[in-house]
Design a protein around this ligand. Structure first.
Ligand code: 4NP
Length: 158
């Protein structure tokens, strides 16, 4: 099972989702079963580390984002991943515009898995540090729901 988290720049929200979710998968004993990655719909930050504010917010909560590097969404991602999860409606629209007609992957919003369908993870880039804590909180809630969903799909119960 392969999951791709998608935002605009791949330096704030989707790397946070990748880091949190990888951490949770390891705790859940699913690290070998579910692979995670992240990307941005834009090209501005390709090759860059996550924003220092995103790294700090994650580090405070025990998640290390320092090894991640930004990349851009590409057409092959629709074949490679089972779930492509957008942070907001703009990211989702970019995904839908690029999605091949025969793509069978799940393409939707991340917070659909937090029981909050339609709610975006707000872009924290131009705001203050508290926005990065909010991103972390929202992503954590979605991680719980997504792991539960994957367990059901994988037939592992719980
Ligand atoms: P992200 O945040 O999409 O969560 O990585 C942003 C990062 C950079 C920009 C916008 C959003 N930017 O305009 O450069």
């Amino acid at each position: 099972m392969r999951i791709l988290f998608v935002c605009l720049g791949n330096i704030c929200r989707s790397p946070t989702a990748e880091g949190v979710f990888r951490h949770r998968l390891a705790e859940a004993g699913l690290a070998e079963t579910v692979a995670v990655d992240s990307c941005g719909t834009g090209s501005w930050h390709i090759g860059k580390s996550p924003d220092s504010r995103a790294q700090a917010a994650a580090r405070q909560r025990g998640v290390d984002l320092s090894q991640l590097r930004a990349r851009q969404l590409e057409a092959a991602d629709f074949d490679r991943f089972d779930y492509l999860l957008a942070m907001d409606d703009d990211n989702l629209a970019s995904l839908e515009a690029m999605r091949p007609a025969d793509c069978s992957a799940h393409v939707g919003l991340l917070l659909d898995f937090a029981g909050e369908p339609g709610r975006p993870v707000p872009d924290p880039y131009y705001g203050g540090e508290q926005g990065f804590d909010e991103v972390f909180d929202l992503v954590e809630r979605a991680a719980d729901g997504l792991i539960e969903h994957l367990r059901e799909r994988l037939g592992r119960g719980q």
